[in-house]
Design a protein around this ligand. Structure first.
Ligand SMILES: [Fe+2]
Ligand SMILES: [Fe+2]
Length: 290
């Protein structure tokens, strides 16, 4: 049994025609988000090590799925790095990546899930992959460069397959050890609220040429959210809701997914508006931090 369905069109980061990238088609906000994401995706081996330890007792099919997933996530990092280096010449990837690895530790590989159980870990992974697929759809739809759109579309499809993989593992796990609906909602909604944690924000601070010399998560989150959230439309959030609702509530109801999407849309509009106000008032000319 294979948890991860193969890609309809297998690809490698070197398959894209980067010589056709037109730097002027990338605005500053998109490049800022892409640079930060290139760092986060490029730490795939640490995510893989953590999950291999958490799932160590579950056998060869689980190990094989995580190995393939790890490989694909690392390829995402390579594709985004190449795209950023082509669209944005001064991107010093190696220096930023070194600072990122030194600056933010990932979860310990001691075999324990930070979500309290293997099923909880799988709920969190489903949420992350659903939101990642949505995120790449949003970036694709706001990108005017043909190669950039092709890369981001490919990543969106991969993340949706990853969601399918973790959801299949969740079904297998909960068939043996059921997880209460309350626990699913608690872990899943908690993971959604962690989107402005240090894992992404420290990367965003490192790649922001206008950032102050000292890292402050709340300030970075305002800049990041102001740059990103305005690109989310209701259709994007409805896509996310259709993936997330079955995991959180065990329901594929269209009405529920539309209500959930509306809640996400309102939350993002509110948070994005407040972030824009905050970042306007706290964004005087600053020295470059590195
Ligand atoms: Fe990815
Ligand atoms: Fe993924």
């Amino acid at each position: 049994m294979s948890f991860l369905k193969p890609a309809a069109r297998p690809w490698r980061a070197t398959d894209f025609n980067y010589s056709r990238v037109m730097p002027r088609q990338f605005d500053a906000d998109l490049l800022y988000i892409l640079r930060a994401t290139a760092l986060v995706e490029s730490r795939a081996d640490q995510y893989g090590d953590y999950l291999r330890a958490v799932f160590a007792t579950r056998g060869a099919a689980w190990r094989e799925a995580i190995d393939r997933w790890n490989h694909e996530e690392a390829e995402h990092g390579r594709a985004l790095r190449r795209l950023c280096e082509t669209a944005d010449a001064p991107f010093a990837f190696d220096r930023h990546m070194g600072a990122y690895l030194n600056g933010v530790a990932y979860h310990a590989c001691d075999g324990r899930s930070v979500r309290g159980s293997i099923a909880g870990e799988l709920v969190a992974r489903c949420i992350v992959e659903a939101l990642a697929s949505t995120f790449y759809r949003v970036l694709r739809d706001s990108c005017h460069d043909e190669t950039g759109r092709a890369v981001l579309h490919t990543l969106a499809l991969d993340e949706a397959r990853h969601y399918g993989m973790f959801n299949a593992m969740l079904q297998a796990e909960t068939a043996q050890l059921p997880l209460s609906r309350w626990r699913r909602m608690r872990v899943g909604l908690g993971r959604m609220l962690e989107l402005s944690d240090d894992q992404i924000m420290f990367a965003a601070w490192l790649v922001d040429a206008d950032a102050p010399p000292r890292y402050r998560r709340s300030r970075t989150a305002r800049s990041y959210q102001a740059a990103l959230y305005r690109h989310y439309h209701f259709e994007h959030l409805h896509f996310a809701a259709r993936l997330i609702c079955p995991v959180l509530f065990g329901s594929r109801s269209r009405a529920l997914s539309r209500v959930f999407a509306a809640g996400l849309w309102l939350g993002l509009r509110l948070r994005g508006g407040l972030s824009r106000l905050g970042s306007l008032s706290s964004r005087p000319a600053q020295p470059q931090h590195c």
